[in-house]
Design a protein around this ligand. Structure first.
Ligand SMILES: *[C@@H]1O[C@H](CO)[C@@H](O)[C@H](O)[C@H]1NC(C)=O
Ligand SMILES: *[C@@H]1O[C@H](CO)[C@@H](O)[C@H](O)[C@H]1NC(C)=O
Ligand SMILES: *[C@@H]1O[C@H](CO)[C@@H](O)[C@H](O)[C@H]1NC(C)=O
Ligand SMILES: *[C@@H]1O[C@H](CO)[C@@H](O)[C@H](O)[C@H]1NC(C)=O
Ligand SMILES: *[C@@H]1O[C@H](CO)[C@@H](O)[C@H](O)[C@H]1NC(C)=O
Ligand SMILES: *[C@@H]1O[C@H](CO)[C@@H](O)[C@H](O)[C@H]1NC(C)=O
Length: 734
């Protein structure tokens, strides 16, 4: 059962007060967002209490306020009735009021694969001054990946704290910890699900030799910037309420982190003033802190991406050249390959009887039993046998029946996951081979072998689960921004993480193999820190631009969704150190976009009624995207400004590459002559085209070239037939 961590968790409201009296039963947690903190002397929490007193029934007023956000931006969370919430929205100074939603959490070889080798030159002393804030499920502080051996003193700029709870000790590597999770009594930043430990070690874990999972994927486990420091903010339990996410941003910004990585995705897209991650990340970038966020795992449909704020770097997932495969041997000596990570050293012994789910039930219909639904398999008929299922079953359940193996069909995911018993996921074709064999003999037998790593020559391909753009809320900003390794990644893990893993040898759980955009996100956070260690003075948007304009281009003909699958392409850290030119975006322009989207989506305006606006395609973004109306000729301008960060005296010439049929593309001016560093120059790209049929994606690249730097921006003009297409398209890479 290939399961992504952020899938299959239910949505529910964030309830903090369990012993609510009848008076309180209709109350829910709402977040009131109030924008930036005022410059003058101001006490946010007393202002928040004052507001609460104005709107909440006096009998409850003292209990209503749950959180005050008062360090890096202004707002609070409170327990309110519908009526009180309505009153709150009318109070002056309140920008938005939204219900607290719960969002979901969404190696080694991977760093070599993207060109960051153990031998790559690094700026260790600057790197060790960089603090990465990880907003996730906490951390396992005792993991070797976070030992502080060889680390110097904590950077003096650090203003945070080690507040990880009982028996939680920080060190010079893991310099800060806070927990906002209120589940289970005493707050603790200790990771019990493994996700936060995994993502933190991908971004900045130490080099640990001999890391592996049961001998698979053996090698050196390491983060992108092993010398950087980590500060963790636990918000997930395992769901991640908005109240916690906002607290984490509020503190991380004030604590002095340099980069934030957050592998959490919302369930639904929402307007920016209601989006906790977008709000937190906006106040982060105001202070020069780049936020890197996972694109989400609900691909491959077009517009499956939930998050789109242009001040965030959104990361999709790709595979790497190492793939882990499972194999099975049938009684007729045929060997079939499929997906699964079977560590079990003892599984390769003898062939076992192979039984079909539908033959080994006494309680279920044939249709339920052939899928091996929970409680359908009879223990006495499957014990010590290998069971065949038509769909991905609950492997935990299959294991409890005493079966010693499970063979199932899985057409949904094409990657391997750790399983609690020897298993193999097969394609429909391979499944048919097994069924043909089974019906050809009365004594069918099978053996599931230990998994093995193989070379995957087609890599990188975008993972089917990786969420695709365009965002339905902001169709003219290309999302995701980039793609990074997110399939079968080995990294540190929490020994306390249970579920399917507690049945395994505990010693094997120090490292774990996971897949998801959650794993891609910290790769890019690590790369951002790597770039910052060479260019400490660069702005957050300059770092983002460097990562985007130097990305490897994908072969578009493989993907129906083209750039909406992979954005600017696959990260290439060494190139990103020296991009030549960068597209920098001002905070004022980000705000203008926010104002525009709020206005056009019927949302609320973040600043005040004079909120200036800008159309998203005009934002100084390192990619260019525009949705055209179908069956109408069009002409679209993309004004842009580039800043010279390469050689002082350099001349760049513009090239437009790609599918130019039925289009006219001009770049004005098409030569840029720089004489100094940090000099800025403007240009406009104009794309003129004939009427497009419904659902067309035209893609090109603008390349500025000076003889050594290739500064590439994708240009995408597209039409979608109608809105119902957006929801229903379920295309797959062909
Ligand atoms: C699964 O991925 C492997 C490696 O990328 C590839 O060779 C194979 O064709 C894929 N199978 C399917 C069904 O997509
Ligand atoms: C891109 O993929 C297509 C189809 O698979 C193939 O024919 C073409 O050669 C590829 N192009 C490059 C540059 O690899
Ligand atoms: C609105 O915001 C702008 C920019 O921050 C500021 O200059 C202006 O004074 C504000 N107007 C009001 C009415 O608060
Ligand atoms: C706001 O953005 C829309 C496109 O999303 C654009 O058509 C409109 O002109 C923009 N408004 C302003 C005032 O820039
Ligand atoms: C750049 O070119 C100008 C004029 O061509 C020259 O005066 C200047 O010294 C050059 N600067 C550098 C750093 O080469
Ligand atoms: C919208 O798309 C759906 C599905 O592709 C199609 O059935 C429908 O006719 C389209 N509607 C219009 C107005 O084009």
């Amino acid at each position: 059962m290939a399961k992504l961590l952020d899938i299959a968790l239910s949505i529910c409201v964030c309830i903090f007060i369990s012993s609510a009296s009848s008076l309180d039963q209709d109350r829910k947690v709402y977040i009131a967002y109030m924008g930036s903190l005022p410059e003058e002397q101001y006490s946010p929490s007393s202002h928040h209490s004052h507001i609460i007193k104005q709107i909440v029934d006096p009998s409850f007023a003292s209990k209503a306020l749950i959180r005050s956000y008062e360090k890096s931006f202004n707002g609070f969370a409170a327990y309110l009735s519908e009526e009180e919430k309505d009153k709150l929205t009318r109070i002056s100074g309140i920008i938005s009021v939204f219900p607290c939603q719960k969002s979901q959490l969404q190696t080694t070889r991977s760093w070599d694969f993207i060109g960051l080798l153990t031998t790559t030159e690094r700026r260790i002393s600057v790197e060790s001054d960089i603090i990465i804030g990880v907003i996730d499920s906490g951390i396992w502080p005792e993991s070797e990946s976070f030992s502080d051996e060889g680390f110097g003193p904590i950077p003096t700029k650090w203003k945070g704290a080690c507040d990880g709870g009982v028996n939680f000790v920080c060190n010079r590597k893991l310099i800060g910890a806070r927990s906002f999770s209120v589940k289970g009594g005493e707050p603790s930043a200790r990771d019990t699900v493994g996700h936060g430990t995994h993502t933190a070690s991908i971004a900045a874990g130490n080099q640990v030799s001999g890391a592996n999972y049961y001998g698979l994927a053996n090698g050196i486990a390491r983060g992108g910037v092993p010398s950087s420091r980590l500060a963790v903010y636990k918000v997930c339990e395992p769901e991640c309420p908005d109240t916690n996410i906002l607290s984490a941003f509020d503190h991380a910004i004030a604590d002095g982190v340099d980069i934030i990585t957050i592998s959490i995705s919302h369930h639904d897209p929402m307007e920016l003033s209601f989006d906790a991650i977008a709000i937190g990340a906006f106040h982060a970038i105001e202070r020069g802190i780049l936020t890197v966020n996972s694109a989400g795992n609900n691909g491959p449909g077009l517009s499956s991406i939930r998050s789109y704020a242009p001040w965030i770097l959104h990361v999709g997932a790709s595979d790497t050249d190492r793939k882990i495969v499972a194999k099975m041997l049938l009684g007729n000596n045929l060997i079939l390959a499929g997906n699964a990570i079977n560590g079990f050293p003892s599984s390769d012994k003898a062939l076992l009887p192979l039984v079909y789910g539908k033959e080994v039930t006494s309680t279920c219909s044939e249709n339920d039993a052939r899928k091996c639904l929970v409680n359908c398999l009879d223990r006495n008929l499957v014990e010590k046998k290998v069971v065949l299922c038509d769909e991905s079953p609950e492997l935990e359940f299959v294991k409890t029946t005493g079966a010693l193996g499970c063979v199932y069909r899985d057409t949904r995911y094409n990657f391997s996951s750790i399983t609690p018993l020897p298993s193999i996921a097969l394609t429909t074709d391979s499944m048919n081979v097994v069924k043909d064999y089974k019906s050809s003999t009365t004594l069918s037998e099978a053996l599931i072998l230990k998994s093995e790593p193989i070379f995957n020559p087609r890599a990188p391909l975008v993972a089917p689960f990786s969420a695709r753009g365009p965002s339905i809320f902001m169709p003219d900003i290309l999302k995701p921004d980039v793609i990074a390794p997110g399939v079968e990644i080995l990294a540190a893990f929490s020994p306390m993480a249970s579920s399917s893993h507690d049945l395994l040898d505990k010693s094997a759980t120090k490292f774990h193999i996971m897949s998801g955009t959650s794993m891609s996100c910290p790769h890019v956070a690590g790369v951002a820190a790597f770039i910052k260690s060479f260019h400490p003075e660069w702005s957050a948007s300059a770092i983002k631009s460097a990562i985007m304009t130097t990305a490897w281009e994908f072969n578009a003909s493989i993907y129906y969704e083209a750039e909406f699958a992979y954005g600017s392409g696959h990260i290439f850290p060494l190139k990103a150190l020296n991009p030549g030119l960068v597209y920098e975006t001002s905070i004022q322009d980000y705000l203008r976009i926010w104002c525009n989207v709020s206005q056009t989506r019927g949302g609320v305006i973040p600043i005040n009624s004079t909120c200036p606006m800008m159309t998203p395609k005009d934002l100084n973004y390192p990619s260019m995207t525009y949705q055209v109306e179908i069956k109408k000729p069009f002409k679209v301008h993309f004004p842009r400004t580039v800043t010279n960060v390469g050689q002082p005296n350099s001349t760049y010439v513009a090239f437009v590459e790609g599918d130019l049929s039925n289009l006219l593309v001009s770049v004005e001016p098409n030569t840029l002559e720089f004489t100094t560093l940090n000099q800025q120059m403007n240009f406009v790209v104009t794309v003129t085209g004939n009427a497009m049929k419904g659902r067309t994606i035209k893609r090109m690249s603008l390349v500025w070239f000076d003889g050594s730097h290739r500064v590439r921006s994708p240009i995408v003009v597209y039409s979608l037939a109608n809105t119902s297409d957006v929801e229903t398209t379920q295309s797959r890479p062909s």
